[in-house]
Every structure is written in C-alpha cells, then in structure tokens.
Design a protein around this ligand. Structure first.
Ligand SMILES: [Zn+2]
Length: 138
C-alpha cells in the first residue's frame, strides 16, 4: 500500500513537472466557471453551460501548460485589471461609509477623486494632483 502511494506520488510529480500550475488567473477562471455553472443550473439559462465549461477547460489548460512565459504574461494582465477593480471597489465602499460626513468630487481635468467634509457651502477646490481649480457645493 505504501509502495503504491509512493508510486502514485512520484507519477503525479513527474506529470506536473515543468507545468505552469495554479496562479491567480486560473483560480479566477475556475471560480467564475463554477459560479456560471450554478447560475445555469438554478435558472436554466442554456447558453451559460458552454461558457462555464470553456472557462473551466481554459483554466485546466493554463494549469497544465508548459509555456510559462505566456501564462505568466496572462496572469500579469489579469493582476493589473484586478488591482484596478479592487481599487475602484475600495473607493466605492469608502464613499458609502463616509456618505454622511464627506463628499467626493472628481477633478474635471485628471479625474482624481477629492474628499471634502460636508456642509462647508460653495468652495473652490484645488486638485492635489494637477492643481486644477473648480467650484463645488459641499
Ligand atoms: Zn486634477
């Protein structure tokens, strides 16, 4: 039995040697594939079935792939957009939590978000990033 487990372990090791393995992008693909599959199962939206399979197979393909450079680049692109999304989401959360005490304005020139205390009346705001001035009511 022990011998069998050792053989199994070494064959798994041999099989996975040189392959890309899991990364954040393949985890994301697997999880979205499963979520889409669940939505398909619950609501019987038929076109979601091939989509969920495609996502899961693509994830498996990436895990077993031996082209590390390409898979690494894909993961970097994924992490870049995920970072952007996380940042946006964190800002939305902060805006919601501080909605009673602060107001948030976007600079019309560079789109930087400026946070100001509420109830100060009409004021001129100087953007901390590009020094553009604009007037808003807080
Ligand atoms: Zn600005």
């Amino acid at each position: 039995m022990n011998n069998f487990l050792q053989k199994l372990q070494s064959s798994i090791y041999r099989f996975s040697y040189g392959r890309h393995g899991r990364d954040d992008f393949s985890k994301f693909l697997i999880i979205s594939g499963l979520v889409i599959f669940l939505i398909y199962e619950i609501f019987e939206i038929h076109f979601l079935y091939p989509l969920s399979l495609a996502l899961m197979f693509y994830s498996l393909f990436r895990i077993l792939s031996k082209n590390h450079t390409k898979r690494y680049q894909e993961n970097q692109v994924f992490l870049f957009y995920k970072g952007k999304f996380d940042k946006k989401f964190a800002l939305q959360k902060r805006m919601w939590n501080e909605r009673k005490t602060h107001r948030f304005f976007k600079c019309p020139k560079c789109k930087t978000v400026v946070r100001l205390p509420k109830g100060k009346g009409k004021i001129e705001i100087t953007c901390p990033k590009c020094s553009n001035r604009f007037i808003k009511k807080t």
